[in-house]
Design a binder for this molecule. Structure first.
Ligand SMILES: [Ca+2]
Length: 283
């Protein structure tokens, strides 16, 4: 657990690893061998990566659907696990709710039913339509700067840009699990360097990022989230490994949390749909 926590805390200091990120992305995936008796690294079977960005839902729809098919064609909904195949989805829409729904951290709403636990170093989370995010973060511009992929609600950490997602076997019991893959929709990722719409940072600061970790806390893969210029754009990033390997993911949304006004040099980002392979018990 200490190893996992150390890895997560290292992520908080985003700026410290960003210079190395460009090198790490697209490199062969390596991990320390289990027996520890050699300095040689094992090559892990690489994941298939799915990513897209554009002005509206149609821009990313086909990529999201291809990702769903790669995970497993069946959406297992709230069915108790363990199940051998399929996927789980969270669209934050509460069955058609238009309410602004704040929640604490850890965010356990989908822990038993769909096997994922969300945590943030911030004060909690919120599920809300764009107008509700504007109210929550006291930033009126958010009402038009964000659009949902699955109408009408989005999801965001409060007082932080960090969301950790840890997987469990659906059905209760808090049995740790791992999945073949995870993907998420992101709202309004303006630029790869963390600047707001039309603004380039003098120094790469990073905006929205995702890292995938195994049960031992080892980083398997990390990437920037693809960006699209303009207002209220949508992005998607997901990957699928050949076998269950991902025990948790860390997501960083934007350069500052959405409570930081509408300063054009700050990319403000929230999330929509989470889609992941059926969580499997860790052997
Ligand atoms: Ca939604």
């Amino acid at each position: 657990m200490r190893t996992k926590t150390a890895c997560r805390n290292k992520w908080i200091r985003v700026g410290q690893w960003l210079p190395a990120l460009a090198v790490l992305v697209a490199q062969p995936l390596l991990a320390e061998p289990h027996d520890g008796d050699t300095k040689r690294l094992q090559v892990i079977a690489p994941p298939i990566v799915f990513q897209a960005a554009g002005p509206n839902a149609a821009s990313i729809q086909s990529t999201v659907d291809q990702f769903r098919a790669a995970l497993g064609g069946v959406n297992n909904g709230n069915t108790n696990g363990p199940l051998p195949t399929g996927r789980r989805e969270i669209n934050w829409d509460g069955g058609g709710s238009t309410n602004t729904s704040p929640g604490p951290t850890p965010f356990t709403v989908f822990l038993n039913s769909r096997g994922s636990l969300m945590e943030t170093p911030g004060s909690g989370f919120v599920q809300a339509p764009a107008s509700g995010l504007a109210d929550t973060f006291a930033n009126p511009s958010l009402a038009t700067n964000f659009q949902a992929f699955s109408p009408v609600r989005l999801f965001a950490p409060v007082d932080s840009t960090v969301t950790d997602v840890t997987f469990f076997v659906p059905g209760g019991g808090n049995v740790p699990a791992q999945t073949t893959g995870f993907g998420a929709v992101f709202a309004d990722v303006d630029s790869p360097d963390g600047g707001g719409s039309g603004v380039r940072q003098s120094k790469a600061a990073g905006s929205s990022l995702i890292g995938y970790y195994d049960a031992a806390g080892r980083l398997l893969y990390k990437s920037f989230i693809p960006s699209s210029p303009g207002t209220a754009t949508l992005s998607f990033f997901g990957l699928v490994f050949p076998e269950p390997r991902v025990a948790f993911v860390r997501i960083i949304t934007g350069r500052k949390d959405p409570g930081h006004g509408s300063d054009p040099v700050l990319d403000l980002v929230v999330m929509d749909d989470f889609i992941y392979g059926e969580p499997q018990m860790i052997p």
